[in-house]
Design a protein around this ligand. Structure first.
Ligand SMILES: Nc1ncnc2c1ncn2[C@@H]1O[C@H](COP(=O)(O)OP(=O)(O)O)[C@@H](O)[C@H]1O
Ligand SMILES: [Mg+2]
Length: 355
């Protein structure tokens, strides 16, 4: 059987500058995968290419996208519009850019269905069910609110309702919780994961922070500078990352797939242990520092082509034109997963409210 989504040598350029350099990615129906990589590695552009949502100067300059065997690249906008929202849907990082600020939230969910031929009355009935399902209280009343009256978490729930209204086969969640605070983030992740199970959706979690979604996925594809540099089952990625960039990415994370980790030490005689470092004081003492990549990967200076490691996984070393391995030369603050700088002024601007 063919995979549900197949990217074959996908290239995306902005004008004459190529940004995504030939991405191959095949996702079988029912699989949940994380596409992970630092900011700017080309994750979102690859996914927008799948959705047919690149706008000039961005465009697909090579390769193909197939959904359930059907070629999407080159499909006219009309054809794409029929597929978008019904067969494949995307939840974006910032709901404010994808929700219409001038339209009541209920109407936006209704429109997600009427756009695909569902009758208005039926769409309205389903909208109220959907709002309740995604955890929005008192749907009859709240459906009449505008997006700015909602907190970030509530807006994200509305966007999830829009995305799932037509029960798509493929859901792409592109950093859907990055702008939210940690508690709300967990609620939204759990909600999407629950709905994924209910609807049997194939799901792509796009993130710069693998730690956030590692427990939810079967497989991880690591993107670096417009390439997929590693693609393997999640346990294997944590147990033995093959690419030095992947190792750096994981260095700051505890292994969430490791069931054998010892439990947190008990506090003895009622006193907490003495803090030794700022990391320990802030409660992040359990994390390995980002600077300590596993020694095995310190020596991987030689270039290597992308190679098949075992069925279903591959990795390779990418060398930018400068001839050195840029993954090694990134300053530590550029390594995702360190959580440094994640809570910018933007998250502080968010309205406070129930998730
Ligand atoms: N509209 C645009 N015009 C030109 N370049 C863009 C545009 N959008 C993104 N890019 C470039 O593409 C790179 C990859 O972007 P993106 O796919 O959004 O990265 P991410 O992995 O963070 O999702 C960015 O670093 C940026 O330089
Ligand atoms: Mg992105």
């Amino acid at each position: 059987m063919t995979d549900l989504l197949e990217l074959d040598g996908l290239r995306v350029s902005a004008g004459s500058r190529e940004i995504v350099h030939g991405v191959d990615l095949s996702i079988p129906a029912g699989q949940t995968i994380a596409v992970v990589g630092e900011s700017g590695s080309g994750k979102s552009l690859s996914m927008l290419a799948v959705m047919g949502l690149l706008s000039p100067p961005l465009r697909v300059t090579g390769g193909t996208v197939r959904l359930a065997g059907r070629e999407l690249t080159g499909l006219p906008e009309r054809g794409m519009r029929a597929i978008r929202g019904s067969e494949v849907a995307m939840v974006y990082q910032d709901p404010m850019t994808s929700l219409n600020p001038l339209m009541r939230v209920g109407d936006q969910v209704v429109e997600a269905m009427t756009a695909h031929g569902v009758a208005k009355a039926e769409a309205t009935r389903r909208m109220l069910e959907l709002l309740a399902r995604v955890g929005i209280p008192d749907p009859k009343r709240t459906a009449r609110a505008y997006p700015h009256e909602f907190s970030g978490g509530m807006r994200q729930r509305v966007m999830i309702a829009c995305a799932l209204a037509m029960r798509p086969r493929l859901l792409i969640a592109d950093e859907p919780t990055t702008a939210l605070d940690v508690t709300i983030q967990q609620q939204i992740l759990a909600l999407v994961d629950e709905l994924r199970r209910e609807l049997g959706m194939t799901t792509i979690w796009v993130t710069h922070d693998l730690g956030v979604v590692a427990r939810l996925v079967d497989r991880v594809a690591v993107m670096y500078a417009g390439h997929v540099v590693e693609d393997a089952p999640v346990r294997q990625v944590f147990a033995a990352p093959q690419h030095p960039y992947t190792a750096r990415l994981l260095a700051a994370l505890p292994d969430p797939t490791d069931d054998t980790r010892p439990p947190l030490a008990q506090i003895r005689d009622g006193r907490p242990p003495r803090a030794r470092s700022p990391a320990a004081r802030s409660g992040h003492g359990a994390r390995r520092p980002a600077t300590s990549a596993p020694p095995a990967h310190r020596s991987s200076r030689e270039p290597s082509p992308v190679r098949t490691l075992r069925a279903g996984s591959h990795a390779g070393c990418r060398r930018p034109s400068g001839g050195h391995d840029a993954a090694r030369d990134q300053p530590d603050q550029a390594v995702p997963g360190t959580r440094r700088g994640r809570r910018g002024p933007r998250s502080q601007r968010r309205l406070v409210g129930a998730g």
